[in-house]
Design a protein around this ligand. Structure first.
Ligand SMILES: O=C(O)CCC(=O)C(=O)O
Ligand SMILES: [Fe+2]
Length: 269
């Protein structure tokens, strides 16, 4: 099993290198002359500050991050029902990726939906097969997530991990994703979050200053975090999280069941 620091993707497994999850960004006039909006890569600091209304008890204790874990957004049985229903979608496909200049087919299937008919998203240099007719269940789930978090999303990106051999390499998502909320359905999988820098060496507390020592222990923030994503759980990453942290779902050959994640995104364009 890859450790939290080396779970990068490889060409062999056709999972995306970090670049492939970049959603690039500009406005273009299509052949029809209709302007297509692409989410921007350059996002001002003030534009990244839209935040969810989550309570602090869900906050992950990570350094330089604004990330949350809600373990029980819905119960496991509901999560499995939603998984089984979404598995039947016709929109699933295996995207083509560019890996070291070669075209390869990704083993992880994806399906992409946008509430904005003009929004385009690129994935590893290729336009994503974007659908604008939301399946009723996906619309219902997005409404529930928006209600819980107090933000609106314009893009839902689904990943299908058919079993533990399917994974997503260590990557960061672009800052144009001001808020990403990822809902886990089906099999539990491990999630690994890794800060770009190693933890700073703890300042040696003065031997006679016990109060300083105990308060720094209380506020110690993590520089890597590995935990199981329960079915029905939500991970929320917002604000500066993508700037300093990468995340991955490593291979877990023992996992035989399927997992779907829906990443709800709010793209800036
Ligand atoms: O499956 C997940 O929970 C994470 C997916 C992810 O990181 C992505 O789509 O960028
Ligand atoms: Fe991601």
């Amino acid at each position: 099993m890859p450790s939290s620091t080396n779970s990068t993707s490889s060409a062999k497994d056709a999972s995306p290198p970090p670049e492939s999850t970049k959603r690039s960004a500009k406005s273009t006039a299509g052949a029809s002359g209709r302007t297509k909006k692409r989410a921007r890569l350059t996002v001002g600091e003030d534009e990244t500050t839209q935040v969810t209304s989550l309570e602090d008890r869900y906050r992950l204790p990570l350094a330089d991050a604004d990330a949350f874990y809600v373990p029980d957004f819905v119960d496991g049985a509901t999560a499995q029902e939603w998984h089984d229903e979404l598995l039947k979608l016709e929109e699933w496909y295996r995207p083509t990726l560019k890996v070291y200049g070669k075209s390869v087919t990704q083993s992880r299937k994806i399906a992409a939906f946008s509430t904005d008919p003009e929004l385009e998203v690129k994935y590893s240099g290729h336009p994503v097969d974007m659908h604008h007719d939301y399946p009723p269940l996906l619309r219902k789930i997005q409404d529930m997530v928006e209600e819980k978090l107090g933000v609106k999303f314009n893009h839902a990106f689904l990943n299908l991990y058919e079993d533990g051999k399917i994974y997503i390499g260590n990557h960061r998502d672009n800052r144009e994703n001001r808020v990403i909320a990822s809902l886990s359905l089906g099999a539990p999988r491990t999630f690994v979050l890794t800060h770009d820098s190693p933890p700073p060496k703890a300042a040696e507390p003065a031997s006679d200053d016990e109060s300083a020592s105990s308060s720094s222990a209380k506020t110690a923030l993590l520089y890597s975090h590995r935990f199981t994503l329960a079915p029905g759980s939500l991970v929320i990453m917002q604000c500066a999280t993508q700037q300093r942290w990468k995340h991955a779902i490593p291979k877990e050959p023992k996992v035989k069941d399927s997992r779907i994640s829906i990443t709800f995104r709010q793209l800036v364009f």
